[in-house]
Design a protein around this ligand. Structure first.
Ligand code: CDP
Length: 231
């Protein structure tokens, strides 16, 4: 059976990764979390003092890019691939609010994007992939057969992310999470290189009022119809 490429883009905390993971599992496709790669580069920058006291040393990060190796390893128990930075599992470390506060700045750097996009294209070269991010349908896989663009109100999204962080045991305030969501929306949508934008042929999914099951069923039916059409 011919396998397709599914690109899921959209604003932060719209549940892209939750639905993408579930979709990949249901279809027997691989799932790639492109945001995790930008987060891993950000973590590297923080751990090497390239981000310090709110100052981001972009030139040094570009110089050190060759020292950053990002990979994914499938975790059978969790049912998805976890991200590794230079051989270390950083899946948990990259999800903190501190990393979220700098990741969009790091993601504006063209040299970083260039490397990560090449790696993403290589991960998806055999198709049968669900990838989520900000530029998957526009830059990474402009030929993807199915493109979705997820959105929801900033307050809903911040509430979801706040609940997630509290559940993990992180000490954060709702106001800080909302501020972060709004600031990343702004940086991601206005940056020069590959800004977050809906591809012309993407289907917009506003999930402000959809629960996870409803959202999954809707997207799964779109994917099945597209796969049938391509076979
Ligand atoms: O999980 P959430 O939606 O909050 O974010 P993410 O998918 O982990 O992505 C974190 C950040 O990485 C985004 O806010 C973007 O700045 C950047 N990113 C990007 O520029 N391009 C992508 N394909 C994926 C993420």
């Amino acid at each position: 059976m011919y396998k397709i490429t599914i690109a899921i883009d959209g604003f932060s905390s719209t549940g892209k990764s939750t639905v993408a993971k579930r979709l990949a599992k249901a279809l027997g496709y691989i799932y790639v979390d492109s945001g995790a790669m930008y987060r891993a580069v950000t973590l590297f920058a923080m751990e090497h003092n390239l981000i310090h006291k709110n100052q981001f040393n972009k030139a040094q990060l570009i110089k050190q890019l060759d020292a950053i190796k990002i990979s994914f390893k499938f975790n059978k128990k969790l049912g998805f691939a976890e991200v590794y930075l230079n051989g270390q599992n950083v899946e948990k470390k990259i999800r903190t609010l501190e990393v979220s506060q700098f990741v969009s700045q790091v993601a504006t750097v063209s040299e970083v994007r260039e490397q990560l996009v090449l790696q993403q294209q290589s991960l998806g070269k055999d198709k049968g992939v669900v990838m989520d991010g900000r530029d998957i349908g526009t830059v990474v896989f402009p030929e993807a057969e199915l493109k979705l663009f997820m959105t929801a109100s900033a307050e809903k999204r911040a509430q979801r992310r706040y609940d997630e962080l509290i559940e993990r045991g992180d000490d954060v305030s709702f106001e800080d999470v909302l501020k972060n969501v709004q600031s990343r929306d702004h940086i991601d949508s206005t940056r020069e290189d590959s800004p977050l934008a809906m591809a012309e042929d993407a289907i917009k999914v506003d999930n402000s009022n959809l629960n996870l099951d409803e959202q999954f069923e809707f997207i799964y039916s779109l994917a099945k119809a597209k796969i049938a059409e391509c076979n």
